[in-house]
Design a protein around this ligand. Sequence first.
Ligand SMILES: [Zn+2]
Length: 257
Amino acid sequence: MRSYKTKAIIIKQYEVGEADRIIVAFSRDLGLITLSARGVRKILAKLKGHLELFNYSWLLIHKSSHGSIDTIIGAETIHPFKKLRLSLESTSRVYLISEFLNRILPEREEHQEIFKLLFYALKEIENEIKRERRLIISSYFLLRAIKELGYSPHFRECIRCQASLKQGGNYFDLGGAGTVCPECSAISEREFQARLKFISDGALVGLRILSENKGLKLSKIRAKREILEEMANLIENYVEYILEAELKSRKFIKQVD
Ligand SMILES: [Zn+2]
């Protein structure tokens, strides 16, 4: 078979040369796929509207024969997620999610749970009016996705001495992927100290709720903006630690905030 069809969300695109475009799409069945769309700007102008960033589309793909990347030969929008592009703030949140997926997922490895999560997050961000709500959604997405990929963080006992955490003075160890009690956080190894992030009681409770409840009704979560920001920062720091790289879109978010 020389061609195949798949449903996918466009999560990255960039131009190459005069008329070619590289599209990175996240497919429900195939995972992350890098494709080329030749002549999108000239000949295939009709296709272009179906390949916009964050579009959910049917893609008809021609299989390449010489190990080069496959080419999109047809596309049709299923859901355009148009409202996502109306506000810079919601766009910046989705940029963060797509940058994360681009960096962490290998090519052509199926991740249906993460696909479902992405679809859910985009729908929720698209329909949420308040910035605080979008912050919860992107934090929830990142947390659930890293769990799916085997980087599950721990927010219950101290990961060093196993004691139950009391209120106040707790930390999160980025390298140990879990919470650390005040006594254990006093260990003076420089490398360990550099990995510690302070975690307030409010953020700790919030992170437990987000990470331990699958299928959670996010609309029911109520928290102060400072707490939501602390939670988001901690998750994003942890993601950067896993990736061993900075997420560029975090800077963009700070600029538009
Ligand atoms: Zn401890």
